[in-house]
Design a binder for this molecule. Structure first.
Ligand code: ADP
Length: 623
């Protein structure tokens, strides 16, 4: 199994440290140069000692001068964003020149007697911090060698001794024991210092790399979690199965940063895995051949619930079509099972063009996406099944009601013939019975009409192509007029308030559909408002929409019934008690039509005080 890819940023951080340390050393060196100049001046001026001031001033000035050169080079490297190697070379040169300056400084301030020799340790520590231990030891040994060289050359008077006059009571540079002791302690302190500084630095660097690695994997985990969340939101934002699958493959490939992703689902017989959604693969590859769930070794394992990582397709016996995959440019694949509540649904697979592309983290990630995707797929499948069932139900209703319609209307007209006396004299009692039968048949006819409306609405009869701009005022006006007589007879005030201003406001729909919407609402308002009450129909424009209110001061709707208002066949108990006949379909039909026309319908009510239905429809664009 592949391991997590090495952390890319770790080196860059160490490199960044080196780059910034170059600038820091240059800043420090300004102080060192000025320090040498001041020290030289104070030797004579403050302490009254004699020293080789000219060479010492020259060394101070030399330090400042070469530091200026380093400063200019450093600026140029920074501006041109030069490679780290250039900075590394610059810091090696700095160390070499510092060593040289230190050697000269020691020589002109008394050689082995000079207190300046201790300053070498600062340099050794700095070098140990910024370079590898081997280089640090090299510089420590070089310092010891240079000091020994000066000491020995002065000892054998090959090089003139340059003492700080008045500093020591007697010269020590000729004292071989002193020489040996100082050189021994200098060398050992330098080496031990280099060792301590570089081992502390090494440990710190390891920790730092560990922290970087951890924060990097934390960042990756956060990104994945975020992707998983986003993915879930996107996938669950639709119940349309093809859309769910499309989004799933696309978001998976993008989140993992791989070439392709696919979903194969088991067919109805659960024998073959059919490609249902693909992202980033050629059609030729997708259609490469049937994948038999039982015989395909990879499918068999994945459908068994395993996440299978194939780091190199060329030496895996699990793939059924390795040659086709190779031609497609695929090198490694990762497959995760899509598991439903009752068993496997299919396989989610990610494809990469790199060898061993998928890590342990990717396996967990794909597994999580697959688990989440399975729920979305099952939901979409369930929704599709419900839709199909609903359609089948509507078709059934349509067929049955269609068959019922003609005999019922024949019965109705026969009864009318009887009651109007065209078929001979009938007694008063017979007339009463026949009239009651007539009313029941009329109700039956209305119910059949409603059922047909409902079924037709569901069966996608109202195709968008059939919509036309309809003047809303005309549609509502016709309905209100229709109910004027009934309202008057019932003792109701029917009020029509048109706040549209112009009669030219139009909505997109069908005249018949709009008539049914408002007919159902106004007829309910009239039906469920006791005598003496008021029914108001109000029209107004709100932005790009037209709003029609149908308000009444009737019986109202009980709170517990509100949520069922638009359900098929639902009737609230208070409505049932005052009006025995009613299909409970009027509002469902109205709601279906309003939604088809791109609008919305809302109800507000207060029991015993009245109800208000608000229909909002988008305005038709001007022709
Ligand atoms: P129906 O009127 O045939 O019963 P609808 O679908 O038109 O069927 O209405 C469903 C139910 O909604 C009614 O039975 C009634 O309980 C309630 N309802 C509808 N409109 C009103 C209204 N204006 N006032 C009170 N209740 C209403």
């Amino acid at each position: 199994m592949a391991v997590e890819a090495p952390v890319k940023d770790a080196r860059t951080l160490v490199e960044a440290e080196l780059v910034s340390s170059v600038a820091w050393l240059i800043r420090l060196r300004w102080l060192a140069g000025v320090g040498v100049l001041l020290g030289t001046w104070s030797t004579r001026a403050l302490f009254g000692l004699g020293a080789a001031t000219v060479p010492l001033y020259a060394i101070g000035a030399g330090i400042l001068l070469y530091n200026l050169a380093f400063y200019l080079v450093e600026q140029r490297l920074t501006q041109t964003s030069a490679a780290t190697d250039s900075f590394r070379r610059l810091s090696v040169w700095q160390a070499i020149l510092d060593w040289l300056a230190m050697t000269l400084l020691i020589h002109f301030s008394g050689g082995i007697e000079s207190p300046v020799i201790y300053f070498f340790f600062f340099h050794i520590i700095i070098v140990s911090i910024f370079f590898q231990p081997r280089t640090a030891f090299g510089f420590a040994i070089l310092a010891a060698a240079l000091l020994s060289a000066i000491a020995l050359l002065e000892y054998y008077t090959i090089l003139p001794h340059q003492p700080v006059v008045g500093f020591l009571e007697g010269p020590l540079y000729k004292n071989s024991l002193y020489l040996a002791a100082v050189l021994f302690f200098f060398t050992s302190t330098g080496l031990i210092g280099a060792y301590l500084a570089s081992s502390i630095q090494k440990r710190l660097r390891q920790r730092e790399e560990e922290v970087i690695r951890l924060s990097e994997s934390l960042r990756r985990a956060t990104v994945r979690l975020q992707t998983l969340n986003d993915g879930a939101r996107v996938i669950n934002s639709t119940l349309d199965l093809p859309q769910v699958l499309e989004r799933l493959v696309k978001s998976t490939a993008e989140a993992m940063g791989v070439r392709a992703c696919s979903i194969r689902l088991l067919d109805k017989e659960k024998q073959f895995l059919e490609p249902v959604a693909v992202y980033g693969l050629s059609q030729a590859y997708v259609n490469k051949g049937p994948v038999d769930a039982a015989t395909n070794p990879l499918a068999h394992r994945v459908l068994g619930g395993e996440i299978v990582n194939i780091p190199d397709i060329s030496n895996s016996s699990l793939l059924q079509y390795p040659e086709e995959a190779r031609k497609e440019g695929i090198r490694s694949v990762l497959s995760a099972p899509l598991m439903g509540k009752t068993g496997p649904l299919g396989i989610l697979r990610a494809y990469a063009v790199e060898l061993a592309r998928f890590t342990l983290g990717d396996e967990t990630f794909l597994g999580a996406i697959a688990a989440q995707g399975s729920i979305a797929i099952e939901n979409a499948m369930a929704y599709k099944a419900i839709e199909e069932l609903d359609l089948a139900k509507s078709q059934f209703i349509r067929t049955v009601t269609h068959e019922l319609r003609s005999p019922v209307s024949v019965v109705h007209s026969l009864l009318r013939t009887l009651t109007s006396g065209y078929a001979g004299e009938i007694s008063g009692q017979q007339l009463d019975i026949l009239s009651r039968a007539g009313r029941r048949v009329e109700y039956l006819q209305k119910l059949i009409d409603d059922l047909l409306d409902l079924a037709v609405g569901k069966a996608d009869f109202w195709k968008t192509e059939m919509y036309e701009p309809v003047t809303i005022k005309g549609a509502v006006d016709k309905v209100v007029k229709r109910f004027e007589v009934v309202s008057r007879e019932k003792g109701l005030t029917l009020d029509f308030q048109d706040e549209l201003g112009t009669g030219a406001v139009r909505v997109l729909g069908t005249p018949d559909g709009l008539d049914r919407i408002f007919n159902n609402l106004v007829s309910n308002a009239v039906k469920y408002t006791p005598p003496g009450g008021r029914v108001t129909v109000k029209m107004s424009c709100v932005g790009e929409k037209v709003r029609v209110l149908v308000e009444d001061s009737g019986i109202g709707i009980p709170e517990e019934a509100m949520q069922h208002m638009f359900e098929e066949f639902y009737r609230a108990p208070n409505a049932r008690s005052i009006e025995r006949e009613g299909s409970g379909l009027g509002l469902t039909i109205a709601r279906d039509l309003v939604m088809r026309f791109g609008g919305s319908i809302q109800v507000e009510s207060s029991l015993g005080a009245g109800s208000r239905f608000t229909v909002t429809l988008p305005l038709a664009a001007p022709a």
